[in-house]
Design a protein. Structure first.
Length: 171
């Protein structure tokens, strides 16, 4: 076996293990903390800006990067809508449960990115542009997921609090 095949097999094995663990956790309810939802998009944005600073895209590259971020945001919004959010009627605790279809999006993205990186030279694509566009897609997607979930969770929480409020307070 050549080194490239070995590397590919190891990568797929790691992805399968991570996906298996993630799918198992997805079936369980997990706490949703609204005050912490901004952290992942902030970290990803900082990493993305560092990447852009290091590789400095050209004029036309910015169009591809912006388009990738926009497509990622659209898919992220849809992915966020697939997440189940539950509000405990008594304690108003928020919980979330991911959809298996949401995990399928992640697998699809990994597959497309891997294929593009592998075929970039043959297709005449700049590997740095492929990387930048992939990261822009991920930042757009993860940010939109969090924004959609935040908006929906705030609305569900407000509805639960209004339903529990005494009738004399509700106007």
């Amino acid at each position: 076996m050549n080194p490239q095949t070995t590397t590919t097999l190891i990568t797929f094995a790691i992805i399968l293990v991570v996906v298996g663990l993630r799918l198992r956790r997805m079936s369980q309810m997990r706490p949703l903390r609204l005050e912490m939802m901004w952290i992942m998009p902030a970290i990803l944005s900082i990493l993305f800006l560092t990447l852009l600073y290091a590789y400095r895209p050209t004029n036309t590259d910015w169009l591809w990067i912006a388009a990738s971020a926009a497509v990622g945001a659209a898919i992220g919004w849809y992915r966020g809508k697939m997440m189940q959010i539950h509000v405990d009627p008594e304690t108003h605790a928020l919980n979330q449960k991911a959809s298996p279809l949401a995990m399928l999006f992640i697998l699809l993205i990994i597959g497309v990115r891997y294929g593009l990186r592998a075929e970039a030279p043959a297709l005449g694509l700049n590997i740095n542009l492929v990387t930048d566009a992939s990261v822009a897609f991920a930042v757009g997607m993860f940010t939109a997921v969090r924004v959609e979930m935040f908006i929906r969770a705030k609305r569900l929480l407000a509805e639960a609090k209004a339903a529990k409020a005494p009738a004399s307070i509700v106007s």
